[in-house]
Design a protein around this ligand. Structure first.
Ligand SMILES: Nc1ncnc2c1ncn2[C@@H]1O[C@H](COP(=O)(O)OP(=O)(O)OP(=O)(O)O)[C@@H](O)[C@H]1O
Ligand SMILES: [Mg+2]
Length: 305
């Protein structure tokens, strides 16, 4: 099938899903966990996904990031047809375009906080014009400063509080300045006051022009996002416009120039060797097994851009 690139100028959607379904094989039958979901999310929106346990929230998020694949339907993110992309291409694409934050932080335990934030930049260096090692460190420090934990930069993750670790995960998600930030229950493991601080960070990111999509069980938090997607039994039960108070409106809004989040990555992806692809699979975003792999998967940093 020829590759499609979304060039429909009538749509300024950052995320587009068309009739997306996801089924799993259970014994001799297929169980559909997400059914015919169609939606658009525009640049700069702050969206929450809510619904009962098992309603398909994580599945939907994993489809948007390309971690999971639809059984049928189409998914475009930042104009790319991610339902058609191969694993290697997806890994490269994800590293530049999506920042992912998990409930349990998933920082690599043997790397310092600073090294955890530098890691996505190191991974991207072989195929994109990201800063060299020294500049990458400076950028990581700026991001840690932005999330208020610069003083923790040289510590290992497990010496930090949960809230501090989640702040580090937010900084890591921003390392390559992706347009899209997604988070699955990012405050699910935090007390109310700490959760509030992390939520405020998301509001800040939306204010800086990022698109943020979070899954949450916390009604007080979802009530403060601009739009709430309600899932029920794998269907988009309700798409609720919740007002535009969380950040700038999407259409025509000027993105505020930001010294920390100014884009610097050249989004071109030429030829990448197999070993590089292999290393990219071990992004800090994938699974618990990744955590065991830790620093042995670090690619040799290459100088220059
Ligand atoms: N790999 C899989 N194989 C089979 N079924 C799966 C798989 N992953 C998810 N499911 C099923 O899909 C359904 C939706 O799961 P999902 O994790 O998306 O729910 P959720 O809304 O995120 O729930 P929670 O609030 O508990 O995190 C569940 O019934 C789950 O058991
Ligand atoms: Mg879930």
């Amino acid at each position: 099938m020829p590759s499609e690139r979304r060039s429909d100028t009538s749509s300024d959607a950052l995320i587009e899903l068309h009739d997306v379904s996801r089924a799993y094989r259970a014994g001799s039958k297929d169980v559909t966990v997400l059914q015919d979901v169609s939606l658009r999310v525009h640049e700069g929106e702050f969206v929450s996904i809510v619904g009962p346990s098992g309603s398909g929230k994580s599945t939907l998020l994993n489809l948007i990031t390309g971690i999971d694949r639809p059984t049928s339907g189409q998914i475009f993110v930042a104009g790319q047809p991610i339902h058609q992309m191969g694993e290697n291409e997806l890994a490269r694409w994800r590293g530049l375009n999506v920042g992912i934050i998990f409930q349990f932080f998933q920082l690599l335990p043997t790397l310092t906080i600073l090294e955890n934030v530098v890691l996505p930049i190191d991974f991207a260096r072989p195929y994109a014009a990201v800063p060299g090692p020294r500049k990458a460190k400076e950028r990581a420090m700026d991001l840690l400063d932005m999330v208020d934990i610069a003083d923790q930069a040289h510590k290992l993750p497990d010496t930090l509080s949960g809230g501090q670790q989640q702040r580090a995960a937010v900084a890591r998600a921003l390392a390559n300045d992706p347009p899209l930030i997604v988070a699955d229950e990012p405050t699910g493991n935090l007390d109310t006051a700490t959760a509030e601080g992390v939520f405020a960070l998301f509001q800040q990111l939306v204010g800086r022009g990022k698109t943020v999509v979070i899954v949450t069980h916390d009604r007080r938090l979802s009530a403060r996002t601009e739009r709430i997607l309600h899932l029920l039994d794998g269907r988009l039960h309700r798409d609720q416009d919740n007002g535009g108070s969380a950040g700038p409106s999407s259409a025509g809004s000027a993105v505020v120039a930001d010294p920390i989040l100014t884009p610097y990555v050249s989004r071109f992806t030429p030829h990448v060797s197999r070993p590089t692809f292999h290393a990219l699979r071990f992004t800090p975003y994938v699974s618990d097994a990744t955590l065991q792999a830790s620093d042995s998967v670090l690619p040799t940093p290459k100088d220059g851009l």
